[in-house]
Design a binder for this molecule. Structure first.
Ligand code: NAP
Length: 293
């Protein structure tokens, strides 16, 4: 679903553009009074929340972007595009062609590739980037966490323990556990993982959020000895961590990668505040320049 205004842009050839001049005010091919266009990199609950908030504003236009990983996605309100950009160069071309003024990176805390690409692309074009990374979960009293850096570390650990493992890391990284022949895995994901899987497993296709009662029952029903989880943060998948605490089940917690070199904000409200301040400054600067002419 692509909103009308977004598909009816004037077409501009890349060769006609000078990327260096394409800053927040360099909306090529558009009137200087046109409202700024925002690219919202999504795929998270926070991005959907942001889309809902931005949709009610008339001082900006925005488009939500998705990688297209799931076949039945829930799209947020507003314009949407789906699929990779084609690396840094592809993203730069997209930002120029679509006259984007600001990028908001609200992707998942473990989505490093798109975050690094957006940081480089924005730096090259002189575009502001607002990065949102929800806070990590913190270990609470009675949590039995074994923290690891990589999925390979987690695989080595649970295979050595030889028990029954609840693998709750999505489907992309399941291959890291393919050589674990000594443990049994309950693999939960929204869509079935492809590629090599551990020898002993069952697949459970479910989409969160999950409530605490159901999560506790699941862990009991499958006699789970260990949970493997990413430290995703947020409330959507936290009930499995609470259930593990209540039942005394150890959690092998994969630590977060570093997504950005610049600082990030932690909440949707902070993004909105930062964006509003940025747009206000831009309008004021524009007015001052007009008056000075
Ligand atoms: P990633 O490893 O950071 O990105 C790999 C490539 O996928 C990127 O280089 C980019 O391709 C494309 N891509 C990623 N996010 C995109 C977006 N929002 N719009 C357009 N292209 C995107 O990403 P990932 O971890 O696979 O996550 C993919 C999507 O799933 C993200 O939107 C993320 O928010 C969501 N998600 C991820 C997880 C997770 O655990 N990783 C969990 C929940 C949701 P090009 O280089 O071709 O541009």
């Amino acid at each position: 679903m692509i909103d009308k205004w977004w598909s009816e842009r004037p077409s501009i050839k890349l060769s006609e553009l000078n990327p260096i001049s394409h800053g927040i005010e360099g909306r090529l091919g558009r009137s200087p009074d046109a409202v700024p266009r925002i690219l919202l990199l999504g795929g998270t609950g926070e991005a959907a929340e942001l889309a809902a908030q931005l949709a009610s504003r008339n001082d900006l236009e925005f488009i939500s972007s998705f990688a297209g990983r799931v076949s039945c996605p829930k799209y947020p309100i507003g314009a949407v595009r789906v699929g990779g950009f084609g690396g840094i160069e592809g993203l730069i071309s997209y930002l120029i062609m679509e006259s984007i003024s600001v990028v908001i990176d609200a992707t998942h805390p473990f989505s490093v590739g798109i975050s690094r690409n957006s940081e480089v692309a924005c730096a090259r074009l002189g575009l502001p980037l607002i990065a949102l990374v929800r806070p990590a979960w913190q270990k609470q009293k009675n949590d039995l966490w074994h923290e690891v850096i990589t999925y390979a570390d987690a695989a080595e650990f649970v295979n050595r323990k030889k028990g029954r493992v609840f693998l709750s890391i999505g489907r992309q990284e399941v291959g890291s556990f393919a050589a674990c022949n000594d443990a049994w895995f309950l693999i939960r994901a929204i869509e079935a993982p492809t590629g090599q899987l551990p020898r002993h497993h069952e697949i459970l296709l479910q989409r969160g959020p999950f409530d605490l009662k159901e999560e506790s029952q699941l862990l009991r029903d499958y006699s789970i000895d260990h949970i493997v989880s990413k430290n995703s943060g947020g409330s959507g998948t936290y009930t499995k961590i609470e259930a593990a605490r209540l039942l005394g089940i150890p959690v092998v917690m994969v630590q977060r990668p570093t997504k950005h070199t610049a600082s990030a904000v932690e909440t949707v409200d902070q993004v909105v505040t930062e964006l509003t301040a940025l747009l206000t400054r831009t309008v004021q600067d524009g007015k001052q320049r007009k008056e000075a002419r």
